[in-house]
Design a protein around this ligand. Sequence first.
Ligand code: GAR
Length: 199
Amino acid sequence: MLASGRGSNLQALLDAQADGTLAPAEIVLALCNRPGAPALDRARAAGVEALCIDHQGFPDRRGFEDAMLAALAERGVEAVVLAGFMRILSGHFLQNFPARVINTHPSLLPAFPGLDAPAQALAHGVKVTGCTVHFVDAGVDTGPIIAQASVPVLDDDDAGSLHRRIQAQEHALLPEVTRTLATGALLCEGRRVRRRPPG
Ligand code: GAR
């Protein structure tokens, strides 16, 4: 799990691990790029190894990514879940995990990629927004879409209230997709992602 901040999505994944609904996925490491981020404490409280690799300690993206790659390789990590991780990953990092890096984003992509997606949705005046779990490619929130959930925009919403309702959906969707990824049932054909039928 890679996180940068509050870690509520990480918490949803840790909770799913605790109640057995994340299996066969297993969280072996919570890696955070910001010292003191609450995400680190959440992992430790759940008995999961927490590691901070501060991106500011490296002269360039390559050095930061190589440090993360070494930490992941040491632990035999097979897939990477971005749970509120706010750094862009390059092709150099991603080639180590083909179709094995997923992200959650608080909009119905391809609408409102990048930062402050709930505020972007409000400013545009859309009536429905939501969240997207997608494979990560070298673009910003451009990878193949795995799953989405919609959230209505209410007349009295501000960016905070809208983001909170979107996050309630993310907290269900991200663990479900993580579990499905670990079963090997996600089939990515170009931009189309489908689920292998059971059996
Ligand atoms: C989440 O809503 C996630 O979708 C968003 O950051 C939030 C992190 O919250 N990610 C992005 O905007 C990535 N483009 P959290 O730290 O409480 O999980």
